[in-house]
Design a protein around this ligand. Structure first.
Ligand code: ADE
Length: 239
């Protein structure tokens, strides 16, 4: 998968993409992520990328032209590299809310351009003419699209075949298909007793079928208790 990210704050991606599974996936060539500074597409000598909102009001609005130039330039580099036409995603609180199904849908697009919004928003004409999809990571407002892009890249990367060490670890996570779109139940590791708390006996039984049944029940109970909105929901598309 190829991901290009347009941002005013490239340094925000240094830590998250240099650690753990995303960095390993990058090293192994399973995902290729590049970060592009929006200011390089500004046309004046002050590198202006935002301006006052028409109609007045607080805050600044990101201008259409630098964003469009950046997207067009990155689409051209995709074409030059014989890659599929990238899908343009704007991270914004007005977008479709990210969940496991949306992540799986986006994974089907081999090439993405993620645009990180800032300030009071992005000129609507850029969105109308160039953005294929707006994605929100939840009903709260962040300082910008960057943390949302990091979350989205993480959720996508772990779904790429070969990224997770154990072949079956993605489907058994919360929301995975093995759990039918439910939460994962409790898990335990050594020692068998810790501060007076015992590991449930059944997990020590060696009876694989009973263990599986128990895990299934626990997932059901936890989902009903904590996320009744998910109970009875169909598989959310993890693989
Ligand atoms: N930018 C600001 N808030 C956001 C959110 N909740 N999701 C995606 N992008 C954002």
């Amino acid at each position: 998968m190829r991901i290009r990210i347009i941002t005013l704050f490239p340094e925000m991606f240094d830590g998250p993409f240099r650690a753990s599974i995303v960095s390993r996936a990058t090293r192994d060539g399973l995902v290729d992520i590049t970060i592009h500074q929006l200011r390089e597409y500004a046309t004046d000598r002050h590198h202006t990328v935002d301006d006052d909102p028409y109609g007045g009001g607080a805050g600044m609005v990101m201008m259409a032209a630098p964003l469009a130039d950046a997207v067009e330039d990155l689409k051209k580099s995709a074409r030059d590299a014989n890659e599929p036409d990238p899908t343009v995603v704007l991270l914004s609180p007005q977008g479709r809310r990210l969940d496991q199904r949306v992540a799986a849908d986006l994974l089907a697009h081999d090439s993405l351009i993620l645009v990180c919004g800032h300030y009071e928003g992005v000129d609507e004409r850029f969105i109308e003419s160039m953005v294929d999809e707006e994605i929100s990571i939840g009903d709260y407002v962040l300082t910008g699209g960057e943390p949302a892009a990091i979350v989205l890249v993480d959720a996508l990367t772990r779904l790429i075949p070969g990224v997770l060490g154990s072949e079956d670890s993605a489907p058994s996570d919360s929301f995975g298909s093995a759990l039918g779109g439910r939460l994962q139940g409790p898990v335990y590791t050594r020692p068998r007793e810790w501060r007076g708390r015992e590991v449930p006996e059944i997990l020590l039984s060696g009876d694989h079928a009973r263990v599986e049944r128990w895990r299934d029940e626990q997932a059901e109970i936890r989902t009903r208790d904590r996320r009744p909105d998910l109970s009875g929901s169909p598989d959310l598309g993890n693989r």
